[in-house]
Design a protein around this ligand. Structure first.
Ligand code: F6P
Length: 347
């Protein structure tokens, strides 16, 4: 069988580890031919592929990014998209596609499988950890690690200057990175989309700390958290009013808005750090390398057993197969129990 691998959506640490694992198992254990599809769904729309063998995937386990390139291309935006994909699958005699991606890439995978009968297996990727059906996506641990290290570094400068430090992290419409790095870094308040904390409540926590003799505070805010005012008014802060091919607005900037409000309402000097794409770059943690490898091996096995329309997933400590339908049916949000745990350490 000939197997194609693609990586779609935002890149994230661990993609190369999956590409390596899928290729190794398919080539060495099952004698398959493997090709890489460049730049996500764009590559299969355009027939842009490259051969992948043991040589090509050697030495990439620890590398961030993706050797295949990625894009946020949505083939369903063009009526002819699925037809072109089917044509290219045919031209390249592809028996299966392993699609590594988040909700958008796997949403496309699910539709191509269900509506056009394409043989696809999914692998859950995203630093946001917001994919349903799996406890963790690979890339998330690395992002949390980077954010935690940043919070640790901001702690010492915040304390030296008696300042409030606001740290904006990614996560889209969920607060997984914020809540995990906030707990790990000892944040004094964490603002996430799931459980809104108002600007006034945040300022109260800062003031409470001053009364306890702590003249500095670390506030972690997820990019998708809303600015919630005492009046009940809520504002979403966007980095741009443009949307991507899947209709997502670009988030970013809530940290600045929150920082300004905190300085104004508490009178304490406040600085803002937006971590941005630093959270997605560089080498994966050992945890993500192992998780990505386990996902890749499972995906290759799923291809061999023709488990089309399914995704490799982590539940408990087991790697299992769940349907793509299940994976994309809703966003996995931060649960109340975890946020309540974080709140114990606020203020
Ligand atoms: O989904 C991963 C992610 O990094 C989100 O956390 C963030 O909102 C978005 O992608 C940023 O996208 P882009 O790389 O297109 O700016």
């Amino acid at each position: 069988m000939k197997v194609g691998i693609l990586t779609g959506g935002g890149d994230c640490p661990g993609l190369n580890a999956v590409i390596r694992a899928v290729t190794r198992v398919c080539v060495s254990d099952h004698g398959c031919e493997v090709i890489g599809i460049r730049n996500g769904w764009k590559g299969i729309l355009e027939g842009d592929v490259l051969p992948l063998g043991l040589k090509e995937v050697s030495g990439i386990l620890h590398l961030g990014g993706t050797i295949l390139g990625t894009s946020r291309t949505n083939p369903f935006k063009d009526e002819e998209g699925p037809k072109r994909i089917l044509q290219n699958i045919n031209d390249h005699s592809l028996g299966a596609i392993v699609a590594i991606g988040g909700e958008d890439t796997l949403g496309v995978a699910n539709r191509l499988n269900q509506e056009h009968g394409i043989n696809i297996v999914g692998v859950p990727k995203t630093i946001d950890n917001d994919l349903n059906g799996t406890d963790y996506t690979f890339g998330f641990d690395t992002a949390v690690h980077i954010a935690t290290e940043a919070i640790d570094r901001l702690h010492t400068t915040a304390e030296s200057h008696n300042r409030v430090m606001v740290v904006e992290v990614m996560g889209r419409h969920t607060g997984w990175i914020a809540v995990m790095s906030g707990i790990a870094g000892g944040a004094d308040a964490i603002l996430i989309p799931e459980f809104p904390l108002s600007v006034n409540e945040t300022c109260e926590l800062v003031k409470q700390r001053v009364k306890r003799g702590k003249k500095y505070s670390i506030i972690v805010v997820s990019e998708g958290a809303k600015m919630v005012w005492e009046s009940g008014k809520e504002e979403t802060v966007l980095a741009s009013d443009k949307t991507d091919a899947f209709g997502h607005a670009r988030l970013g900037g809530v940290g600045d808005a929150l920082g300004k409000a905190i300085e104004k309402l508490t009178g304490i000097e406040t600085r803002v750090t937006i971590l941005g794409h630093v959270q997605r770059g560089g080498t994966p943690t050992s945890h993500d390398r192992v998780l990505a490898t386990r996902y890749g091996v499972k995906a290759a096995e799923m291809v061999q057993s023709s488990e089309w329309g399914m995704m490799a997933a982590l539940q408990g400590n087991k790697i299992i197969a769940v349907s793509l339908e299940e994976a994309v049916k809703e966003t996995k949000t931060v649960n109340r129990e975890l946020y309540d745990l974080a709140k114990i350490f606020f203020g």
